[in-house]
Structures are given as structure tokens and as C-alpha cells.
Design a protein around this ligand. Structure first.
Ligand SMILES: [Fe+2]
Length: 297
């Protein structure tokens, strides 16, 4: 059988090639997720190593780099820029010296924790970020895991008639309800600020792999356009519920300085806030993406 375009694009470097560039890539589940060993990102990487990382990123959707040193902001920014331009968050405070860095910090006095619900980062933007890279430098004594769900796998669970129905639909992604006041405890005054909102296809074609992914999430997606209110609510609730299937998930149990890189175009994630009053802190870099589109297959 001839390989499809998406399969062909996901051919991974062979084990011997990986060994030659010093990388070990170990899948977390057959569906998605992989641990990467053999490289310390804080000390840089060469073009062959980056090519292997990029291929693995497209295949596995979530990469967990183990045994890492703390990355200096400049090193983390440089790694992010290998994938594309960096994305500026529409609401969050940034690192005082490096605006490309989003400081993730939750502690005893936090009123709300970042990402404590299923979402794809900033899907409210006209061009939502393609990827996010997070390194955590300080962990609570236990808890603070991050769950990921594959939206390729969620899409593939749907029946053909449902896939056909969703193929022509767009959904509204809004953010004022998410972001207004969210960062007040970190000194952000958002009086008068207008928060992004956009319409995106419910089924998104990944621009690099060609695979179809479900692209609605309970944080930002407020309605499916063209449906009556109750139709939209019922359908969204059904689609949101698909991520709850543990068979579509992986769970990142952080070790200090782990670097996790995830593809927002085909995954969702949920940062658990089960560790209050303990503290959790790290640096995030977010990479710009394209305007989502749907291409029939
Ligand atoms: Fe997030």
C-alpha cells in the first residue's frame, strides 16, 4: 500500500541516525508523546540534531527532554526560534529582561493557576501558537503534573458521518472570559484591554503533517457557528468530552529542569493545580503558528 502524504512526512530518522547524533527517542505511548535523551538543550545542538528533534516533534506531538540543565533565557529563546518566530502572549506578564519568556509561577497566594483546564494555548488568536516549550525550575514536593491529549486521536475516534458533518464547520474562540483579571495578582492592569477572539475550523489540517485534528477546546471555544445555541452546546460538550478518555492522554510527571515541547495544533493540555500551597515555577517560550485551515482529504 502506498504511504499517504502524512505518513510519508512522519518518517523518523533511523535508530542508527539517532545514535549518530547522540539522541535517544523513547515513545511514551503508541499514540503520542516521546522522551528524548542524549542532549542537554542548555548547551546547544547542531543542525542534524535539530532535524531529528523536528521530525520527532511532528511524529510524537509532545517531546519531553530529560536530564536537562536550567536553560538561560537566551538559550531557550534561541531553541524556540529554530521552529519559528516567537509568539507574544495577549495577557500574561513576561520576564522583566526577556519579553519572549512567559514566567509560569504558582504559589501560596495564587488565586488561579495557569492552564488548569483542557486547552490549546491561545487558540483565541487569529494565528494561534504552533508550539509551546516549558522548562520547570521549581516543583512542588508532589503533584503539578501536566496532562496531554492527542487531538489527532480524538478526531480519529469519530464516525465517518460525524467527520463529514464537522468538516464544514467553524467555531468561535474567545478569551476575555479566560484572561480578564487573570494576572491581576501579578500586577497586570487590563482596564480597557481588548482580548482576542477568532473563528477557526472545527477540524484543522495540520500544516506540516497533513493530518486532521479536532480543534475545539473548553477554555476558549464558545460556540459552533451556524448551529442553534442548544445544538452548538450539545455538540461542543460531546467534543470537549473526548479528551477525558485516558487512552488519548499522556501524563507528564515533571522532574526538575525537564523541557517539554508540545504541538498546539494537534494536542490539548491540562496543568494540574493539585499542589497548593506549594510553589511551581518555570519559563515558557511560545512559537507563532499559521492561521488554521481545513483541507478535505
Ligand atoms: Fe497552556
Amino acid at each position: 500500500m502506498q504511504a499517504s502524504r502524512s505518513e510519508a512526512q512522519q518518517v523518523l530518522p533511523s535508530q542508527s541516525t539517532l545514535r549518530a547524533v547522540g539522541l535517544e527517542i523513547r515513545p511514551i505511548t503508541p499514540t503520542f508523546g516521546a522522551e528524548v535523551r542524549g542532549i542537554d538543550l542548555a548547551h546547544g545542538f547542531d543542525a542534524r540534531q535539530f532535524a531529528a528533534i523536528h521530525q520527532a516533534f511532528l511524529r510524537y506531538q509532545v517531546l519531553v527532554f530529560k536530564d536537562q540543565s536550567p536553560m538561560a533565557p537566551a538559550a531557550q529563546i534561541a531553541f524556540g526560534r529554530r521552529f519559528g518566530e516567537l509568539h507574544a502572549h495577549p495577557a500574561a506578564p513576561t520576564h522583566p529582561d526577556h519579553p519572549e519568556i512567559f514566567v509560569i509561577h504558582t504559589h501560596r497566594d495564587s488565586k488561579i493557576a495557569n492552564g488548569n483546564l483542557w486547552h490549546s494555548d491561545v487558540s483565541c488568536d487569529e494565528c494561534p501558537p504552533m508550539a509551546t516549550m516549558l522548562q520547570l525550575h521549581l516543583l512542588p514536593p508532589s503533584g503539578g503534573d501536566t496532562l496531554f491529549a492527542s487531538m489527532y486521536a480524538a478526531y480519529e475516534r469519530l464516525s465517518d458521518p460525524m467527520k463529514g458533518f464537522l468538516a464544514g464547520l467553524t467555531a468561535r474562540h474567545e478569551s476575555e472570559h479566560v484572561y480578564r483579571g487573570r494576572y491581576a495578582d501579578r500586577g497586570v492592569d487590563d482596564t480597557g484591554r481588548v482580548f482576542p477572539a477568532s473563528s477557526h475550523p472545527v477540524v484543522r489540517t495540520h500544516p506540516e503533517t497533513g493530518r486532521q485534528a479536532l480543534f475545539v477546546n473548553p477554555a476558549f471555544t464558545t460556540r459552533i457557528e451556524g448551529l442553534r445555541g442548544r445544538e452548538s452546546r450539545l455538540l461542543l460538550d460531546y467534543l470537549f468530552g473526548l479528551v477525558a478518555d485516558p487512552n488519548l492522554q499522556i501524563r507528564q510527571r515533571w522532574e526538575v529542569n525537564d523541557v517539554v515541547l508540545w504541538d498546539n495544533r494537534c494536542t490539548q493540555h491540562y496543568a494540574l493545580w493539585d499542589y497548593w500551597p506549594h510553589e511551581r515555577r518555570g519559563h515558557r517560550v511560545t512559537i507563532e503558528g499559521n492561521r488554521p485551515f481545513h483541507r478535505a482529504q
